[in-house]
Write a protein that binds this ligand. Structure first.
Ligand SMILES: O=P(O)(O)OC[C@H]1O[C@H](O[C@H]2O[C@H](CO)[C@@H](O)[C@H](O)[C@H]2O)[C@H](O)[C@@H](O)[C@@H]1O
Length: 357
């Protein structure tokens, strides 16, 4: 990886350094859809992915609410209270810079909902050219990795940067930098490959009667998408999935953003993948290293939790809604603050990158 030994220097302008789903099949799927703000959430199309109560819709809605109404709504107050616990990473620029001063920053980035916007078709969740260039810039200065539920091959083709580490299938398929996609560093669930392939076929067959349902093969795990499924069919779809899984007790079911995720029941997650990468880079246990992890999904909580437990590193949750999280900081969305001058000289860059560089 480029410049792995770069340490944030004070003269770099500062910043570098700028939420498991313990999901189990016993957990009710599709539960907890809050009543509040439903119409706003519907408008944004993405904020109700977890059924969280949300002030949030899109930020212009919140701004319009604030501007037009002197009495702040309970939802806005709730969001404000939440950001006191998980302050905006942009607003905390100086504080994050101070934590990173003189330290080797290592950057871990989730893909969907963090580097790419959430869209209805998972095959078209492309990263923008701007974001790609920004991530390239980050990798020039710091070791950087993409940590995702996607399979490595697909996310590599989306991101298109060979200088990064990639941890796909929720960290179960880790490869180093370089154009050789075969260059595997770790596959802790290798023995599950045939089972996953078999269950993929079974799920495609079982769910084909549900309009809008879609099964994605992420190599070591599977995603059953219900973003385009009529809400009335969510429960029957979950039943179809559970029915298939009944024959595979070694697999477990988690819920992500309008997606049911199936993966091997091994003690491995995004947090473990981050630990493995830190170890491989020779950074494990070093107090002069600052890992930064940015993510939006419940599976990212495993990484946030690991960093918090080690008392070492910072998690940044990308979310418009107050959510239970182990992340220290928050960002509303990847492009929040667009246009803020970056310390590295770019006039405009997505917030995520401004926070990092
Ligand atoms: O770990 P991540 O990089 O966040 O991947 C998690 C899942 O992301 C993708 O699904 C999500 O994004 C889709 C495209 O925007 C969206 O249509 C879907 O509703 C979201 O759940 C990906 O398709 C899944 O395979 C990943 O597991």
């Amino acid at each position: 990886m480029a410049n792995q030994d770069v340490v944030l220097r004070p003269d770099m302008g500062g910043i570098a350094s700028a939420a498991a789903m313990p999901g189990s099949s016993s957990r009710p799927i599709f539960a907890c859809r809050g009543a509040a703000s439903t119409s706003l959430r519907r408008r944004s199309g993405v904020d109700d992915d977890y059924g969280a109560r949300s002030p949030c819709a899109t930020s212009w809605v919140v701004q319009a609410m604030r501007a037009s109404s002197p009495a702040r709504s309970a939802a806005v107050d709730e969001y404000a209270a939440w950001t006191r616990k998980h302050p905006s990473a942009l607003a905390s620029f100086e504080q994050i810079a101070a934590s990173a001063k003189g330290k080797q920053v290592v950057v871990f980035l989730d893909y969907d909902g963090t580097l790419s916007p959430i869209v209805a078709d998972p095959d078209t969740a492309f990263i923008t050219g701007e974001m790609r260039e920004a991530v390239r810039g980050v990798a020039k200065h710091f070791p950087a990795a993409i940590v995702t539920g996607r399979c490595v091959e697909k996310v590599c083709s989306f991101v298109g940067l060979s200088e990064l580490y990639y941890a796909g299938s929720h960290g179960m398929d880790i490869k180093g930098p370089g154009s050789n996609a075969e260059e595997v560093l770790l596959q802790p669930a290798r023995e599950f490959l045939p089972v996953i392939a078999e269950v993929y076929e079974a799920l495609v067959e079982k769910t084909k009667s549900t309009p809008g349902a879609r099964v994605e093969n992420n190599k070591f795990c599977l995603s059953v998408h219900f973003r385009c499924v009529d809400e009335k069919r969510w429960s029957p779809l979950a039943e179809q999935v559970k029915e298939v899984l009944r024959d595979y007790p070694d697999l477990r079911l988690n819920e992500g953003r309008k997606v049911l995720e199936i993966r091997p029941s091994i003690m491995w997650d995004k947090g473990k993948a981050v630990e493995f990468l830190l170890q491989s880079l020779g950074f494990d246990g070093r107090s002069d290293v600052l890992p930064l992890y940015l993510g939006d999904d419940r599976t990212d909580e495993d990484a946030f939790k690991m960093l918090r437990k080690r008392g070492h590193g910072l998690g940044i949750l990308v979310s418009k809604c107050p959510r239970e999280t182990d992340a220290s900081y928050s960002l509303q969305d990847p492009t929040e603050g667009y246009g803020v001058p970056s310390p590295l000289g770019a006039v405009e860059a997505p917030a995520i990158i401004i926070v990092i560089v």
